[in-house]
Design a protein around this ligand. Structure first.
Ligand SMILES: C[S@@+](CC[C@H](N)C(=O)[O-])C[C@H]1O[C@@H](n2cnc3c(N)ncnc32)[C@H](O)[C@@H]1O
Length: 243
């Protein structure tokens, strides 16, 4: 199977065998915010849209006047185009969110970003005055048990994405012309049924085979008494507004 099909196959497959403790859905605050800010007058840009989860799971085409999704991977954009057939106000483009985007200044009222690499000044540029940036990101300490053995996992999927502290993230946004409206940080545990599930999950989000040939390191991960593996999650939903 070529790389494109490995990625698409992974995205279509649900990874079973992961439990949260406490059993919370890390996307809830982010999704509710994206929906609640929605207005039929507003346009929204979802960066690093992947399979378009943010757009499709929240029916954003019904809540916003116009919805645009971008991703650096052409195969993800193809998948999104398939899923959006018949939706008149939704468009997808292959684009790098870390470079200058081809949108005019002030093109969007809301920019959403669920775990993508991003350039805050560029997001600020494409937002209208008072526009919202809604971000779900990993904080330093997220996946710490795995990152200890596989430091390259701090650079998920591509480019410049690495975990930051809440303080540094807020400073970065403020320095790029944003006012922080709300932050909701959450820390919890993910319990993987076994090594195989853990491998599948990380390779799905990292878009590549990362554990091949490193079984020894993987075996060093601490097991619970029942053989399960516990991983720390530390995430934050940030809502920022353009000045
Ligand atoms: C962890 S996935 C998240 C996907 C989606 N937001 C979700 O939560 O389901 C990160 C996405 O960002 C995309 N990506 C990585 N680098 C990018 C870049 N420089 N510009 C735009 N998208 C990028 C990847 O292709 C991937 O689809």
């Amino acid at each position: 199977m070529d790389e494109k099909h490995v990625i698409l196959d992974a995205w279509r497959k649900k990874v079973e065998g992961i439990q949260s403790d406490p059993p919370i859905d890390y996307k809830t605050v982010f999704n509710e915010t994206v929906r609640n800010i929605g207005d039929v007058k507003y346009s929204l840009l979802d960066i690093g849209t992947g399979a378009g989860r943010v757009i499709f799971e929240n029916n954003l085409n019904k809540l916003y006047r116009k919805v645009v999704g971008i991703d650096i991977r052409p195969e993800m954009i193809e998948l999104c185009k398939e899923s959006s057939k018949g939706m008149k106000n939704v468009e997808f483009f292959v684009m790098d969110a870390t470079k200058q985007m081809t949108f005019k200044p002030g093109s969007f009222d809301v920019v959403s970003a669920m775990f993508p690499p991003f350039n805050p000044s560029e997001i600020n540029r494409v937002l209208s005055p008072g526009g919202y940036f809604i971000l779900l990101s990993s904080l330093k300490g997220d996946h710490k048990e795995v990152v200890k053995y596989f430091p390259e996992l701090e650079r998920f999927s591509s480019g410049n994405y690495s975990f930051t502290t809440l303080k540094a993230l807020s400073r970065n946004l403020r320095n790029s012309g944003f006012k922080i409206v709300a932050t909701t940080a959450m820390k919890y545990k993910w319990i993987f049924r076994d090594e195989e599930v853990l491998k599948r999950w990380y390779e799905k989000v990292a878009f590549r085979r990362i554990f091949d040939g490193s079984e020894e390191k993987l075996a060093s991960l601490r097991r619970n008494i029942d053989g399960k593996i516990t991983i720390t999650r530390f995430l934050c939903t940030t809502v920022a507004r353009k000045h």
